[in-house]
Write a protein that binds this ligand. Structure first.
Ligand SMILES: [Fe+2]
Length: 235
C-alpha cells in the first residue's frame, strides 16, 4: 500500500446495509479511498445505505470529501432497479454537499438514474488525476459496460467497477453498453502492471480481490482473443 494511502473495501449487505435483502443479493462493493494522515477520503460507489456509509466514515474520524461513481447503474449510485428504489447519490447529497466525480460520457446517465443534480457532478476525461489529501487517484475511462464507465488507479490498487470482475466482466447487453468498446477497455486493463491489486464492483468470486497477474492468468475475458472472435461471443 502506498505511503499515506487509506483504502478499504466494504461489502453491501455485510459491512453496511446489513438489513437490505437486495444489497445482500447483489453483493456490491463500495470503497473508501483517501489520505490516512489527514483522514480525507472519497467514497467509490456509495449506494443502498448512504447514511450508514457516512456514519461508518465518521466513526473512523474520516472526512468524506467527495464521491467517485464508476458508472450509472442503480446498484452503484442509486436509482430504480427491478422495481425497487436503491438509495444513492441523491440521498447522499442531501446529507453531504460533496462533488461527485464521473466520466463526462456518464453525466447524463448518472443524473437520470439517480436524480442527483448535474451541478453536483464533476465531468472527467480519461487519465484525469484526482487529489484527496496527498493521495492521487488516476481515472481511466473504460467504456463498454456503460458509455462512461471508469476505473481508478490509486497506489497499487485498481478499482474496476463493473468493467472487470476477477472472473468475467460486466454485461454488454444493457442500455449504453458496447461490446466492441468493452473489448478495447479490457485489453487496456490487461496491459496494466501485474502487481496491481484488482478490486471489482461486485463480490462474485471466492476472493474479494486478486493481483492483475492472477486475473490475467485466470480470467478468460482478458485472453488475447481477437476483436472479431470477441464480438461473436459478446455482441
Ligand atoms: Fe453495472
Amino acid at each position: 500500500m502506498a505511503e499515506g494511502l487509506y483504502f478499504r473495501q466494504l461489502l453491501a449487505g455485510r459491512d453496511f446495509a446489513t438489513d437490505d435483502g437486495l444489497a445482500t443479493t447483489m453483493r456490491n462493493q463500495a470503497y473508501v479511498v483517501g489520505d490516512a494522515s489527514t483522514g480525507e477520503v472519497l467514497l467509490v460507489d456509495p449506494a443502498y445505505d448512504v447514511a450508514g456509509l457516512l456514519g461508518w466514515a465518521r466513526a473512523k474520524d474520516l472526512r468524506v470529501a467527495g464521491v467517485v461513481a464508476t458508472h450509472y447503474h442503480a446498484d452503484h449510485v442509486g436509482g430504480e432497479i427491478l422495481g425497487e428504489r436503491i438509495e444513492g447519490l441523491a440521498e447522499l447529497l442531501e446529507l453531504a454537499d460533496v462533488p461527485v466525480h464521473v466520466q463526462k460520457d456518464e453525466v447524463a446517465w448518472v443524473a437520470e438514474m439517480t436524480g442527483a443534480p448535474v451541478s453536483s457532478l464533476v465531468a472527467h476525461s480519461d487519465e484525469d488525476l484526482l487529489q484527496v489529501g496527498s493521495v492521487m487517484l488516476r481515472l481511466l475511462h473504460t467504456p463498454g459496460h456503460t458509455p462512461g464507465s471508469q476505473c481508478v488507479v490509486v497506489g497499487d490498487n485498481l478499482v474496476t467497477g463493473d468493467t472487470l470482475f476477477l472472473e468475467g466482466c460486466g454485461r454488454t447487453d444493457l442500455p449504453g453498453a458496447d461490446a466492441e468498446e468493452m473489448y478495447t477497455s479490457l485489453q487496456r486493463l490487461a496491459s496494466l502492471p501485474g502487481g496491481l491489486t484488482v478490486w471489482p464492483g461486485h463480490y462474485y468470486s471466492p476472493e474479494p480481490s486478486a493481483s492483475m497477474d492472477e486475473v490475467r492468468r485466470t480470467n478468460p475475458v482478458l485472453e488475447r482473443v481477437d476483436r472479431a472472435q470477441w464480438l461473436r461471443q459478446f455482441s
